[in-house]
Write a protein that binds this ligand. Structure first.
Ligand code: CTP
Ligand code: CA
Length: 238
């Protein structure tokens, strides 16, 4: 059941989308980042707008422009994404966490540019864990007794302990979101290159309630339409 959602399928629905890859500063000119292009998140915003939703897009740096017609908030770090997302989630009917959030950040940020001569030995960067924003959004929904549909994203690789699907199912349960959009990334660089920065995507959408997984592939907009279609279905059946 893929394909574009009906016109007006999300009329009057407030959709919050996060996109892009967070940046964690090391010093005034350097950061730890990731390969997220923001394309899938922007495609989701466009698909939701086309379905009549009012869209807020909170985004870290992206390779593509933010869409016209959405309310845009730009952030850099995971901590900034967290406060912006938790504030905006309070008035959202749907939250889609497409951002690639840094799991760790440097424990301290140097106020001046780190110089080679400061380091007699090769430097070691100490990292600390970032909060899990998706988990917090799910907890917040429960605490507020809020009606909200929450969608997570994951890129998974299989290994000798389990395949990508089983890791994705564990992640869905751990996060407690309603839907998890899973990219099956093959091992190694070429696997990641099939997703990051590309214009196409191949996903499986898993449901916490045990509904059968939905496959979708094609352009990132086609995948976005499939996700929006599924969301509209969920909202209409309560
Ligand atoms: N996410 C989040 N906050 C984080 C990390 C991830 O909200 N600090 C969200 C992502 O936006 C995504 C989902 O959680 O929607 C899954 O991200 P992923 O990196 O796959 O999950 P992790 O729990 O970080 O697990 P892993 O160890 O596999 O990276
Ligand atoms: Ca992660």
């Amino acid at each position: 059941a893929t394909g574009a959602p009906a016109t007006g399928a999300l009329a009057g629905v407030r959709v919050l989308i996060t996109a892009g890859g967070t940046r964690e500063p090391l010093d005034p000119v350097r950061y730890l980042g990731n390969k997220s292009s923001g394309k899938q998140g922007v495609a989701l915003a466009e698909a939701a707008l086309a379905a009549g939703a009012s869209v807020t897009l909170i985004h870290a740096p992206m390779e593509v422009p933010a869409p016209a017609g959405a309310t845009i908030q730009r952030i850099e770090t995971a901590l900034e994404l967290r406060s912006a997302t938790l504030a905006a989630a309070a008035t959202a009917d749907v939250v889609i966490m497409a951002a690639a959030v840094a799991d760790f950040r440097p424990a301290s940020i140097s106020s001046g540019k780190i110089k080679k001569r400061d380091n007699v030995d090769d430097p070691v960067i100490t990292l600390v864990r970032n909060p899990d924003i998706l988990l917090e959004v799910v907890a917040h929904r429960a605490a507020q007794n809020q009606q909200q549909l929450i969608v997570g994203f994951a890129a998974e690789t299989g290994d000798d302990q389990g395949d990508a699907r089983s890791y994705a199912e564990q992640k869905l349960r751990r996060k407690g979101c309603d839907l998890l959009v899973v990219n099956e990334v093959g091992p190694g660089d070429s696997g990641a290159e099939r997703v990051f920065g590309q214009d196409t995507n191949q996903v499986e959408i898993l449901s916490l309630d045990g509904a059968s997984p939905v496959q979708s592939g094609g352009s990132k907009r086609e995948v976005a339409d499939a996700v929006v279609h599924l969301i509209a279905q969920r909202l209409s059946t309560g």
